[in-house]
Design a protein. Structure first.
Lengths: 612, 282
């Protein structure tokens, strides 16, 4: 080892010993804090407008960049869904060509799942909240973090550019199944699909940079005293989801690379001997099922990559706004970890009728229904947190309650589809569409709204407008329930999904088609209500009511920064020191109804706190 | 006041959902195959999950009203309750077993084909259906994509003697006989498809390069629409066919009108003198 390295180690040891002293305000003997394990982080300090706001290395700015890009892309997805719904409700008007319809469903699906929800929960909320909640100055690798965002933006631009290439974007369905994805019976089977695959590869590369940051920050940069079991559940949700993503995205990546090779170089990874447009193609011997396995090995964990951060965030919202500790915290943590682990053993429940060996059905039906148990426990613990609480019906709380209804509904229909026998008649019908929109569309979006209403004051220092918020809430919640609840019954009738037009099939009553009109009208109204929300965001950021510090009287560290919104480096001169978990609400014997994580036991001697 | 309204709206959602379930006109078509067991499993799942949904939502509505915010109320401080969590866990596990076990029994039947089932090959292509039945030898001849040409549209191997008497149905209409089990052998010539008749309940993707299958016994006569249930390109929604369930007499009548592979080849020869029958075979 070089001398220089030895010197560095020595210097590091000095800082640790120095910083390991008892923090100011704490009483020895009562207030125990573990020593520092590493020196304070040296930050990059920006000097120009460009490096502050555009090429920012501050996780808070990167989070907001992620959020704005994701929501902007999501709005395109929303408009696409309007077009599809109009076509389904009024097939006579000729609003779309079949090829455009299929292109729109594909882009809508991929945008919403990957470029909106994944990017928003992990890139957006992850960047904003992880360093703040852990008591860190920034992410562990700020430069890499910045690159992660710019790769995400690049992925979005590549994706959107496919609208402008000959043949248009791919219309293969968001699952991109070969052989149809790259053969000529499908819209966008040449340039469109290749751009989609490249965009996904870029997204995965960018996400890996961000994901390593989230995990390493949470493992290495927590404040003194912030043990893993004192972390807010939001952090646990994002942490586990990121681990899942880092393990699942490689399957998608190799699938995309292999299909790109099939498409451009004529390899036959996924392509069997087949006929297309009356011509025999030169492919031979590949397996379309291999792609499906790779896709769903990514695709099922992907559901939890979105759901777990939502679970975590909702737990925190419910606890803060019901003024009560989250019920069964340890069980909640293990449920998150357990669901994450199990999610890698259930992927083929998307493939019960795919033509894979039917004997897999027994195994995957069993694992899938086992996952219902930890999920149900989470639901019980949410409602048990409400029980004997002191429930403030603030906007975040309203969205949390709506989330529970929607998630329970969508989760239970998942039990239908996970149970292999029941899946046979229902798969590929509107029941599936209704199920996954309820459970991984509406439910997480309600969490996103709840979280934005909750953390908006932290970002801007102002509150969102309550009245506009309430209209937005009721229209979004009741409207989306009205869209997707009846849709399940179209599935029972047997209406297949991905049908440009159903015609008057003999088994379908005309009233089923009328239901399409109702659903479309509801969808238009719900979509329009989101414009109200956007207006609220812009209006309140400029002229909203000034928020007091820690407006919800929460305990977690993000609200305990010296300034609000938090400045560069988050915590001022001295990093916070943590003495308790984030859920000490209404502790018997305490004078106030909440005890922030930084309050040492000596300050609240009369409180009968359980050891955490 | 606001908590009371919110609680009522949540109750209303439950009431409306239950009312919709029982009184809306949208429900499954009467079953036409032996897979009524699938419907029964769905009903069982409905009961179990329905009770959970109603219980959770009503409990929530109760909490919203009963524990509404009051300035001087203190929420309970109780980080966990191991006993309660334990009971909820085993109760949930029990519910899961009640739904899963019957489901797996029905699935076992679905994947266990009776020995006396008639093999019927369903051929899917962009965007239509055709069918092939075994002839007197009860064996379907071998096929490959490379043998397909204008004269041999099903791609049968000319060297396989079992294929000579195969009955080829070059139209989207298939007839099957009531009360006789049928095993559908599913073959695709191009991309993924799925042979789906809503009234039969059964479903399976067709994957080029594989032969997949499922079986059923039709239990009532009638004519039913065939739909493709796996996205297969721009004509997916228009890929329709028909299945007629006949009694024995009508079925035999229909069968007698169909032609065998051998006859088809001969006919093609007459139709086209310049025919090169084996142009794709070395």
């Amino acid at each position: 080892m070089s001398d220089e390295f030895d010197k560095k180690i020595e210097a590091k040891a000095d800082t640790i010993v120095d910083a390991g002293s008892v923090p100011s305000g704490s009483v020895p003997g009562i207030d125990y804090v573990p020593a520092h394990e590493r020196p304070d982080q040296e930050l990059y300090h920006s000097h120009s407008w460009w490096t502050t706001y555009v090429f920012s290395q501050d996780a808070k700015y990167i989070g907001i960049q992620y959020a704005i890009t994701a929501i902007g892309t999501g709005l395109i997805g929303l408009v696409l869904s309007w077009m599809m719904r109009l076509q389904l409700a009024f097939p006579g008007l000729g609003i779309l060509e079949p090829s455009a319809y299929y292109q729109f469903i594909t882009m809508h699906g991929m945008i919403m799942v990957i470029y909106l929800l994944t990017a928003l929960f992990l890139g957006g909320f992850g960047n904003l909240l992880i360093p703040l909640m852990c008591g860190a100055r920034d992410m562990a690798f700020p430069y890499l973090n910045m690159v992660s965002y710019w790769e995400f933006l690049l992925a979005v631009l590549i994706l959107l550019s496919s609208f402008f290439v000959p043949g248009g974007p791919t219309g293969a369905g968001w699952t991109l199944y070969p052989p149809q994805a790259i053969t000529s019976g499908t819209p966008g089977s040449s340039a469109g699909i290749v751009l989609m695959l490249i965009s996904l590869c870029v997204f995965v590369a960018g996400f890996t940079m961000g994901g390593l940051n989230y995990i390493i920050t949470m493992l290495q940069s927590r404040a003194r005293g912030m043990t893993l079991m004192r972390l807010p559940l939001t952090c646990w949700g994002i942490f586990t989801a990121t681990v899942l993503a880092l393990l699942a995205f490689p399957a998608l990546l190799v699938g995309c690379i292999m299909m790109t090779l099939d498409s451009l170089l004529g390899t036959s990874f996924f392509m069997p001997a087949m006929i297309s447009m009356g011509e025999k193609l030169s492919y031979d011997g590949g397996s379309p099922l291999l792609f499906q396995h790779l896709f769903w090995f990514f695709g099922h964990p992907e559901v939890y990559i979105i759901a777990l951060p939502a679970f975590g965030i909702i737990s925190d919202l419910i606890s803060v706004h019901a003024r009560k500790n989250i019920f069964g915290y340890r069980m909640m943590v293990w449920a998150i970890v357990g669901i994450g682990a199990l999610s890698f053993f259930v992927w083929a429940h998307h493939m019960y009728v795919s033509g894979m060996t039917p004997w897999f059905g027994y195994f995957f039906a069993t694992t899938t229904l086992i996952i219902a148990v930890p999920t149900a426990i989470k639901v019980y613990n949410w409602v048990l947190t409400l029980w004997r609480g002191n429930i403030q019906l603030t906007l975040p709380m309203l969205f949390a309650l709506a989330f529970i209804v929607t998630f329970v509904n969508g989760g239970l229909t998942g039990i239908f589809l996970g149970n292999v026998t029941v899946d046979v008649p229902l798969s590929d019908t509107y029941f599936v569409v209704a199920h996954f929109h309820m459970v991984m569309g509406i439910a997480p979006i309600l969490v996103v709204f709840g979280a934005i209403y909750h953390w908006f004051p932290l970002i801007t220092g102002r509150m969102l407008h309550e009245g506009i918020g309430r209209i937005h809430f009721w229209v979004t919640f009741l409207g989306s329930y009205a869209i997707y609840f009846p849709m399940h019954y179209q599935g029972f009738v047997g209406v297949p999904r991905r049908y440009f037009e159903i015609y008057d099939s003999p088994y379908i009553t005309t009233s089923t088609l009328h239901l399409n009109v109702f659903i479309t009208i509801a969808a238009l109204i719900v979509g329009a209500a989101q414009l109200l929300f956007l207006f609220n965001l812009i209006y309140s950021a400029r002229a909203g009511k000034k928020a007091e510090k820690n407006p919800w009287k929460a305990n977690s560290l993000e609200w305990l920064t010296p300034e609000m919104p938090p400045g560069h480096g988050n915590f001022g001169k001295e990093l916070p020191v943590v003495y308790r978990w984030a859920y000490d609400f209404n502790v018997p014997g305490a004078d106030k109804d909440y005890i922030p994580q930084t309050v040492p036991p000596s300050e609240v001697r009369s409180a009968k706190v359980e050891k955490t | 006041m606001f908590p009371l309204i919110v609680a009522h709206i949540f109750v209303l959602i439950v009431v409306a959902s239950v009312a919709f379930h029982f009184w809306s006109p949208w429900w499954w078509t009467p079953v036409a195959s032996n897979w009524g067991g699938m419907d029964d499993t769905i009903l069982l799942t409905f009961w179990v999950t329905g009770v959970v949904f109603i219980a959770v939502c009503l409990f929530m509505a109760y909490c919203i009203w009963r524990y509404r915010y009051q300035k001087d109320r203190k929420a309970e401080y109780k980080p966990e309750d191991k006993k309660l969590e334990f009971h909820l866990t085993w109760l949930t596990t029990l519910g899961v077993i009640v739904m899963l076990a019957p489901g797996l029994v029905v699935w076992h039947k679905y994947v266990t084909v009776p020995e006396d089932a008639l093999n019927v090959e369903v051929v899917a292509y962009q965007w239509g259906w055709k069918y092939r039945l075994p002839g007197e030898d009860d064996i379907l001849g071998k096929t490959e994509i490379k043998f397909i040409n204008d004269e041999n549209p099903f791609g049968l191997n000319l060297k396989d003697p079992n294929g000579k008497d195969d009955i080829l149905v070059d139209s989207g209409d298939l007839h099957i006989q009531i009360d006789k089990p049928v095993k559908f052998l599913l073959r695709s010539l191009d991309v993924l498809h799925n042979f789906y008749v809503p009234q039969f309940r059964g479903k399976m993707d067709m994957v080029p390069g594989h032969i997949t299958y499922y079986w059923l016994t039709p239990i009532r006569t009638g004519d039913f629409e065939v739909l493709c249930a796996e996205f297969c390109g721009v004509g997916h929604y228009a890929m329709r066919g028909r299945v007629f369930v006949d009694d024995e007499k009508n079925y035999n009548q229909w069968l007698a009108q169909q032609i065998t592979f051998e006859k088809m080849l001969a006919q093609n020869k007459i139709d086209n003198k310049s025919l090169k029958l084996v142009k794709n075979i070395e």
